[in-house]
Write a protein that binds this ligand. Sequence first.
Ligand SMILES: Cc1cc2nc3c(=O)[nH]c(=O)nc-3n(C[C@H](O)[C@H](O)[C@H](O)COP(=O)(O)OP(=O)(O)OC[C@H]3O[C@@H](n4cnc5c(N)ncnc54)[C@H](O)[C@@H]3O)c2cc1C
Length: 301
Amino acid sequence: MDFEITIIGGSFAGQSAALQLGRARRRVLLIDGGKPRNRFARTSHGFLGQDGQPPSAIMATAASQLARYKTVEQRNGLAMDAVAAEQRFRISLDDGTEVTTGRIILATGVRDHLPELPGLEERWGVSVLHCPYCHGYELDQRPVGVLASSEMAMHHALLLPDWGPATLFMQNAFLPTPEQKAALAARGTAVEPVPVVELLGKSPALEAVRLADGRTVEIAGLFVAPKTEPASDLAGRLGCAFEEGLTGPFVTVDRMQQTSVPSVFAAGDLASAMANATLAAAAGVMAAGGAHYSLIHGIGQ
Ligand SMILES: Cc1cc2nc3c(=O)[nH]c(=O)nc-3n(C[C@H](O)[C@H](O)[C@H](O)COP(=O)(O)OP(=O)(O)OC[C@H]3O[C@@H](n4cnc5c(N)ncnc54)[C@H](O)[C@@H]3O)c2cc1C
């Protein structure tokens, strides 16, 4: 089958792109593997009009609204490969079929790599968190911690006192300068040099962390900055350029979400150093605009 635009990844960025293009009556395939990055969280926050909804409910509402647009075909599954072929692209899917398309929007997101620490992974998305704006409010002003893995811990450590009494666990990964220590003190963030060795409490809740010297520190939420990598290798296979972000590589795009490869656009966490659902949805809208414009003006063929 042939499509004008194929969107790979159908979460916040991909569904938003599909909605714009369906409303322009363009022939679109939206294929999604069903593993959005925030699937570990029970509820999603900060996304206007959907605050407090489970991520799966937001996706299901969007999918049912997209179903009204007859030119958009939604499929569950994975795109396995994409190659340029005679001014179009050939995309192979995991059910063994192939489709051809004039434009591609990559919205495949990123994968998180958590620090290894007993009790950490099982609490991911509930009491071990990456973003205070997303889940800090629900911790109800109880004590919170930052598990340092790089200089980025400083950013979290200065933010967190707005959500609860905060401790920066240096974890032998980040040593604040005297100026940084003064800034932390001014914000009221405590600094703990002894590493955390274990998370305690009835999982997925968190009650405290155990330190290497045997002491425990009571906290209800621990903020970490996981390393990230693209959840799919398709952007690399297509030859898209990448750049290095704060937590890992992301696809380089211009203001219309055009990648370094003509006719290939990218949106969402895959193509941004800053990640949240609203930013991903906005980038999906922009990628749709870019792909639509390139079809109308025959750019990139
Ligand atoms: C634990 C956690 C909680 C979060 N909570 C919030 C929150 O409350 N509020 C907020 O604003 N942000 C939150 N975020 C951030 C938010 O999840 C991301 O910014 C957002 O999901 C990015 O959307 P996306 O569309 O770029 O990618 P994703 O949502 O990650 O979706 C990518 C989609 O592409 C699919 N895919 C991947 N490869 C392929 C392929 N080859 N073929 C087909 N499909 C493929 C995946 O299965 C997935 O469905 C949270 C993140 C985490 C880790």
